[in-house]
Design a protein around this ligand. Structure first.
Ligand SMILES: CC(C)(COP(=O)(O)OP(=O)(O)OC[C@H]1O[C@@H](n2cnc3c(N)ncnc32)[C@H](O)[C@@H]1OP(=O)(O)O)[C@@H](O)C(=O)NCCC(=O)NCCS
Length: 147
């Protein structure tokens, strides 16, 4: 899809999606966590729009020499249409533009195959495992890509 427009996401953009986060996006975060993230000075969020409607969003968090991907999600009805790839391409570019950053890292649920495939496609490699990271049951896979 070539009509995907990416821009910075602000707290005011949350109004459009806050009531449909669970239904349309299947997002694992509550509105309040997302609110906190959107005003966190160490975080940067972007959104993807099609026909002026938010169809995905993603964020990074800057540490000392590493950028951490905090979230990346595409609206359910728009999955497999390249939106996740467009968002991830933008996040990688944002990480490259940060001073002193050499790598980009994330945690992904070991059961989340679509996300793992997406990250692999963009050159992320598995570097570790956090046992029972999610709800004290599911493991998190740690993946990193050098910039
Ligand atoms: C992971 C997610 C963001 C991917 O978004 P998307 O817009 O569907 O991604 P794209 O269309 O750009 O797909 C890019 C690649 O990801 C992989 N992929 C995406 N969905 C997949 C699926 N259901 N099964 C296997 N691979 C998949 C493929 O390699 C795909 O490339 P291809 O279409 O050329 O085969 C989306 O599934 C999502 O929002 N999931 C719920 C939230 C989530 O789990 N986020 C990750 C948190 S770590």
């Amino acid at each position: 899809m070539d009509n995907i427009k990416v821009s910075r996401m602000a707290i005011s953009d949350l109004n459009e999606i806050k009531d449909v986060l669970l239904l349309d996006f299947d997002d694992f975060w509550s509105v309040s966590i997302l609110e906190t993230e959107l005003i966190n000075p160490n975080s940067k969020y972007i959104m993807a729009k099609i026909n002026n409607k938010i169809v995905g969003f993603a964020g990074i968090w800057k540490a000392v020499d590493d950028v951490h991907i905090t979230n990346i999600v595409t609206a359910k009805k728009f999955r497999r249409q390249n939106i996740g790839s467009v968002l991830l391409t933008n996040l990688i570019q944002m990480a490259k533009e940060e001073k002193g950053i050499t790598s980009i890292t994330l945690e992904v649920n070991s059961t989340n195959i679509p996300a793992q495939r997406l990250y692999e496609k963009f050159g992320f490699k598995v570097v570790g495992l956090r046992k029972k990271y999610y709800n004290n049951t599911e493991d998190a896979i740690i993946m990193t890509r050098e910039l």
